[in-house]
Every structure is written in C-alpha cells, then in structure tokens.
Design a protein around this ligand. Structure first.
Ligand code: 6PG
Length: 468
C-alpha cells in the first residue's frame, strides 16, 4: 500500500462522505474509513474517477495516509470519539494529527488533548457547521488547538470551507478547546434564533391569521432585507412545501415536539457556570423541553383555552411589520448574548479568541449565517475589546428603534396568550442591560437580612452588615 493520501476521514455518514468529496474537489486525495461496508462502498461509488477510497479496515486506512497523517473524525459526540481514538493509537506515529470534527463537549476536548499530548499525537477540536449540504459545498469550520497542528491541515480546511467574497470561513480560533467552545455557542445562538422564528410564526399564524402561502411570502420578503439569513431563507421554503403523504402543507403535519442533542443545553449550562446571562438561548432550551411534554400540554389545553376567538383580529400588514422589526431586534440581542459569552469564556479559559474572526467565519457556510454578521465583524474590527454588541454604535439605532416593535408585538401576544419566552427574554435582556440601576439592591438587602451576607453601599467604600 502506498502512503499517498493527503487526508483521512473516519465516519462515512452523509456528512463524512460529503466532506471527503469536497476535499477531493479541491485536488486533495482522500481516504475514508467506516466499519459499515455499505457506507465505505457508497463513498467509492459517489467518488468514482477521483482520488478517493473507502475502506472498512482501520490498519489499511492508516497505511494509506501520507505522514504526518491528518485524520478527521465525523462520528457522534461522546464515547464513539474515544473508542475511535483508541483504535487508531496503536497504528499512528508521533506527530500524526487527529481532528475531531463532531459536536464534542469542550471539556471532553480538553481531556482528549491532554491525553493525546502524552501519546505524542497532535489533536484539534474542530466545529463544523452547515449540515450535509455545507459539508459538500463549503461549511464554516471552527478549529481550536495548537496553531502548529492547525497549520498542518489549514490549507485543506481553507480550500473546502465556504467563502464570502473570496475569504474562507475558517481560521485558527484559539488554544485548547476554543473550536468546540465556539461551535457550542454557535449552536446556542442557533437554538435562540430558531425559537424566535418559531414564536414569530405562532404570532403571525395565531394572531395575524396568516396562511402558509402568506407566511412563505413574508419570510421570503424578510430574507431580502435586514433579516437576510439562512434560517429565514429555509423557513420561507418550509412554508411552501406541500405534504407528499396527504393533503395540505407538510409543516402542519409535523409533531410539535422538538428534539435536541445537547449543544444548546451545554451553552446555557456553561453560561450559568461563568455567571453570564444568555436568557434568549436559555428560553430556547426551555421551550424544547416544554415542547416534549405533548401529553401534558394536551391535558392542560381544554382547562385554559386561549381567548383568541373572542379577541378581534388585528391588522395583518401592521402585525407583519411589527413582528419583522421585533425579530430583527431579537436576532441582534441573541447574537449579542452569544458573543458576550465568548468574550468572557475566552478570558476564563485563555482561548485568545478574536471576535472579529469569529463573526467573519460565521458569515458563510454555517447555520447562523446572516447579513448581520458582517455588521458584527465590522463592530469588532472597530472595537476589538467590545464587551457587548449593545455597546456597538453600529447597532444602536436598530436596537433603539426595534425595541418599540418588540414592546408592541409582545403586548399583543400576551393579550392573546401566545407564548413568547424567547422574544420577551430578548427585550428583558435589553431592558436590564441598559438599566444603570437594577432592583438588585433589594436582593442584597434580603440576603443580608436573612443570612448576614453583607452588602456594599453606593455612597461609601467597604462592606456592610445591618441588624435588620
Ligand atoms: C450545524 C448544526 C448541527 C446540528 C445541530 C442540531 O451547525 O450544522 O448546528 O451541528 O444540526 O447540532 O442540534 P440539535 O439536534 O440539538 O437541534
């Protein structure tokens, strides 16, 4: 066996195969390994005529690769990653590189990095976003780890990534688990935006009375404006899809229980650990949990029927305009929460993140790509130490203006009993962040009252306790 292949992939599901075909499109030879012969064969069939080969034999796979070997894993996060690493280790040489391209938990990435360092094997934790289509045509790639390891594989990742104005949507993001951390927060933002869109849909349908074709038109129009983004674009498509198993529209036939694989929850959990508020992402995670309680919701529904029927319908055009502006406002707030978390985490974990770079590589290829990200990139370029996008002059007018639409539509939604946890959390976050004085002086007083936890004063230095 001649060791000539430039790049190896373990895990030949649709994502892995597509990623390899993309690698081959850019002139690199690539080997794929999957223990499932059907998947290895599928790679051979799909790549016919190109320097790509699939195998089910780990030793053969490793022997095919040019040294230092570059082996990417696209296998389910968790134990599978550890077991693949164990199966590789006896076959690898010092200096070979393993790239974990799955949605691994960042603490696992830290652990694997330490472990592989002891074994003399290089390791990168890399977030890959864009789904199967992105893997094939150009994903956004978020690599973290030692910069020397990145340089080994950088040219391949840069070639296969999405491009925005010719700029690759990949860059070495930082040390350690920086790549998987950034991907985790990407997914947290993804959860937030998806929940906001779902709430907008609920308001437009339940209160505005919009039909699916009308919703399609509204989202299509929004995608041509300030809300331009992948998620708005696919939402427009979804409303136009007819049910191929019966009458009507497919979206109406889909069970309203949203599943989750954990990345959104991890974002909320870690933000709590760091003491950073990301309430819109938290709300999205919470709603996935509530959505799963279908049986209980069905039991509760007749006891607390919505007052929708009794309330007069509102003006359609006005409601569409308000929801659009409120959504734009809440999108900015959701990105602001995620970016704020990244800024804090970068300090806490010494990632050395550059938020301009993060915004830059999210402009294309990934699920949260949006025209807003170019504005964010510019904001961080102008102020690299920016703590929160709410403090960026570029977003000032949009937020100042957008809050009115958010307030108006939320009042309507509350009157109609339409749940808007994410949208209201975005407005409440804005209201809290821009409040010089919050009522938490009272919380401090209570803590001191019942637990002698002490408090600081606004007019004197020091720490105080009162016998209440
Ligand atoms: C991406 C997606 C991808 C995956 C999500 C789905 O960036 O391409 O985020 O990673 O589709 O993890 O997550 P849930 O199953 O938790 O919704």
């Amino acid at each position: 066996m001649i060791s000539t292949y430039d790049f190896g992939m373990i895990g030949l599901g649709v994502m892995g195969r597509n990623f390899l075909l993309n690698v081959a499109d850019h002139g690199f030879s690539a080997a794929g390994l999957d223990l499932d012969a059907e998947k290895a064969n599928a790679l051979d069939e799909e790549s016919a005529g190109r320097p790509v080969r699939g195998t089910t034999n780990t030793a053969e796979f490793v022997a095919m690769l040019r040294r230092p070997r570059k082996i990417m894993l696209l296998v389910p996060a968790g134990r599978a990653v550890d077991s693949v690493i164990e199966s590789l280790l006896p076959l690898l040489d010092k200096g070979d590189l393993i790239i974990d391209g799955g949605n691994s938990y960042f603490e696992d990435t830290n652990r694997r990095q330490e472990y592989l360092k002891m074994k003399g094997v290089q390791f990168l934790g890399v977030g890959v976003s864009g789904g199967a289509e992105g893997a094939r045509r150009g994903p956004s790639i978020m690599p973290g780890g030692h910069v020397g390891a990145y340089q080994l594989v950088g040219p391949i990742l840069e070639a296969v990534s999405a491009k925005v104005n010719g700029v690759p949507c990949v860059a070495h993001l930082g040390n350690g688990a920086a790549g998987h951390y950034v991907k985790m927060v990407h997914n947290g933002i993804e959860y937030g935006l998806m929940q906001l869109i779902a709430e907008a849909y609920d308001i437009l349908q339940t209160i505005g009375g919009l039909s699916n074709p009308e919703l399609h038109e509204v989202f299509r129009r929004w995608n041509a404006g300030a809300l331009e983004s992948f998620l708005i674009e696919i939402t427009a498509d979804i409303f136009a899809k007819r049910d191929d198993k019966g009458d009507g529209w497919l979206v109406d036939k889909i069970l309203d229980k949203a599943k989750q694989k954990g990345t959104g929850k991890w974002t909320s959990q870690n933000a709590m650990d760091l003491g950073i508020g990301i309430p819109t992402i938290d709300a999205a995670v919470t709603l996935r949990g509530l959505s799963a309680l279908k049986i209980e919701r069905k039991q509760a529904a007749p006891h607390y029927a919505r007052a929708v029927e009794e309330t007069p319908r509102v003006d359609k055009e006005q409601i569409v305009a308000q929801v659009g502006e409120a959504l734009h406002f809440a999108f900015i707030i959701t990105y602001a929460q995620g970016m704020h978390l990244l800024a804090e985490a970068s300090e806490e974990y010494s990632y050395g993140l550059n938020l301009e770079t993060v915004a830059k590589i999210w402009r294309g290829g990934c699920i949260i790509r949006a025209s807003l990200l170019e504005d964010m990139r510019q904001a961080y370029q102008e102020q690299p130490a920016l703590r929160n996008l709410l403090l960026a002059p570029a977003f000032h007018d949009a937020l100042l203006h957008g809050q009115h639409a958010a307030r108006a539509i939320l009042k309507t939604a509350i009157d109609f009993g339409v749940p808007t946890l994410a949208l209201s959390s975005a407005l409440a976050y804005f209201d809290a962040y821009r409040s010089e004085r919050l009522p938490l002086n009272l919380v401090q007083a209570q803590r001191d009252y019942f637990g002698s936890h002490t408090y600081e004063r606004v007019d004197q230095e020091g720490v105080f306790h009162t016998e209440w």
